[in-house]
Design a binder for this molecule. Structure first.
Ligand SMILES: [Zn+2]
Length: 525
């Protein structure tokens, strides 16, 4: 091979590496719930190959030059400063953008130097490369166009998020105000994807009570069903209050960031954005005259709830100590009809931090547990996990004590966002939100409690609910069930979900969202 041609190919290889680099470092998803990094990389390679074949050597380097420079800067900002350059440019405006540009000041010389080196590499490659014959080139273009159409159609969320397609698609999404796409593609940007004006077209029959009503949803953390007494676990892991417990509920995902948005929305597991632009079930309550509250010790950005009143607190103590106060405050506020969601920290790892030793079910020497469970310490870890579940249930009991003292028709629904792995099989998995969901981190309980007045007035619904207790339920059924309990009719977009107080679910696939754009059958885990 002539040395000029060899040099040209070497420079082309360097150029390709520079173009692919941002896909691997700056724009590669870092969350386990996010789209597959390999799929994104595939689209990146497709985009560069398309430019390579569609344009001649000169055209390719001219066309990709701005991307090579921007990519280099983005990769550098990502690795050295943990900053997302695209996010800064797209989301910050006014003084924030000025601040971002000022922060670049020490690096302008470096950027100019990089621009110059890139220009030299491009010029060298263009000079050394021979002209390509048109026939194979046309064939390659035809293949690439077909592959691009297939990729874009089959996985649009991946296609439009992949570097360098994302530069165009994000700018366009910003222009068109497609916030659900922006919020998913820039997971650390403070973008609320919920669009104003969304409706559940909710209505209520004329026989709805005129007095005080309180509906409560408690979203717990990391509590799997099989540990609970009514589900075959320790008999002491049960509510003090009489309730109906569903033990076979499949959560929408094995991690908080995917499961909570699904739990409160009308989205199915295969929905493309992480949080959609649709309103949540709280909108249906609001549309029939309820005041809605979201009281949480977890971040707003997990599900971007659209409650009328919200309170966010740090998870600095067990839920009983942080959330009962705001609950009492919400109950004391004016208004006869209230829907209150409590999003707790339940039994999240590290379990010992979730309860006070004096309230524990069993004594555990927390300092002797080590950082992560291993085979030899598993029994003690299970004890500390059970203690955290015991505290989670004590929180539910405490909420019931508070709401039962209010003169209202009251229903409470508790579930956990997902389950937990604790070295349950040969895979030796611990915690949740892993690459693949498991039986242990997707089987959660659903507990329903209603006060005496409510049960008297809704006897047949409550008895039907009790009769369905052994049903194969899923998270998607839960807000329809709570809305059904309140006799609220609304436009349901998912044909597969049921109100468990009116219908026993038949045969259906209980989908689990493994990551964005990827679902698995929850009964085959
Ligand atoms: Zn969680």
């Amino acid at each position: 091979m002539r040395s000029g041609k060899r040099l040209g190919l070497g420079l082309v290889a360097i150029w390709w590496v520079l173009l692919v680099l941002p896909a691997v470092v700056a724009f590669s998803p870092s969350n386990s719930w996010d789209v597959s990094p390999l799929a994104l990389l595939m689209v990146t390679v497709w985009a560069i190959a398309s430019a390579w074949f569609a344009a001649g050597p000169t055209g390719f380097f001219v066309l990709t030059y701005p991307f090579a420079l921007f990519g280099l800067c983005a990769a550098w900002a990502g690795v050295m400063r943990q900053a997302d350059l695209l996010e800064i440019l797209l989301l910050s405006g006014g003084p924030e953008r000025h601040e971002a540009l000022t922060a670049l000041n020490p690096y302008w010389m470096g950027i100019l130097l990089a621009a110059l080196i890139l220009a030299l590499v491009a010029a060298g490659a263009i000079r050394s490369l021979p002209t390509r014959s048109p026939k194979p080139r046309l064939r390659a273009i035809a293949w690439l166009v077909t592959a691009g159409c297939a990729l874009g159609f089959a996985m649009p969320m991946i296609f439009f998020r992949a570097w360098p397609v994302n530069v165009m698609s994000l700018a366009l999404a910003k222009l068109l105000d497609k916030r659900d796409f922006l919020a998913t593609a820039l997971p650390y940007g403070a973008i609320n994807p919920r669009a104003a004006g969304q409706t559940w077209k909710a209505s209520r029959s004329s026989g709805a009570p005129s007095g005080r009503e309180t509906y409560i949803l408690i979203i717990g953390e990391s509590v799997r069903a099989d540990r609970l007494g009514p589900c075959g676990g320790n008999a002491l892991l049960a509510l003090r209050h009489e309730a109906i417990t569903f033990c076979d509920v499949v959560s929408g995902a094995s991690g908080t960031h995917l499961s909570v948005p699904l739990l409160i929305s009308r989205d199915s597991a295969d929905s493309a954005p992480r949080v959609s632009s649709d309103a949540t079930f709280m909108k249906a309550f609001e549309e029939v005259g309820f005041d809605t509250y979201w009281l949480s010790v977890q971040d707003q950005s997990i599900a971007w709830p659209d409650a009328m009143h919200s309170t966010y607190l740090p998870p600095s103590a067990p839920d009983r100590e942080t959330l009962i106060g705001p609950l009492k405050h919400a109950l004391a506020a004016p208004g006869l009809k209230k829907l209150i969601v409590l999003h707790g920290y339940g039994a999240h790892f590290n379990y010992c931090d979730r309860y006070r030793p004096q309230h524990a079910l069993q004594a555990v020497e927390c300092r002797g547990l080590g950082a992560l469970p291993v085979r030899t310490t598993r029994p003690q870890w299970l004890s500390s996990y059970d203690n955290a579940i015991f505290e989670s249930l004590a929180f539910v009991d405490a909420v019931i004590d508070v709401i039962d003292s209010v003169d209202a028709e009251t229903v409470l629904l508790y579930t956990s966002d997902h389950g937990e792995n604790l070295l349950d099989d040969g895979r030796n998995l611990v915690q949740h939100a892993l690459a693949t969901p498991t039986l242990w981190d997707t089987r959660v309980p659903a507990i329903l409690w209603a006060n005496k007045t409510w049960k008297v007035n809704h006897d047949s619904w409550w008895r039907a609910l009790g009769a369905n207790q052994k049903a194969h339920a899923m998270h998607g059924d839960l807000t329809p069930t709570l809305l059904g309990a309140a006799n609220i009719h609304y436009e349901e977009l998912r044909p597969q979900v049921v109100d468990l107080g009116r219908q026993r679910p038949g045969n259906r696939i209980r989908w689990v969202k493994r990551r964005l754009g990827d679902t698995v059958d929850g009964d085959k885990l």
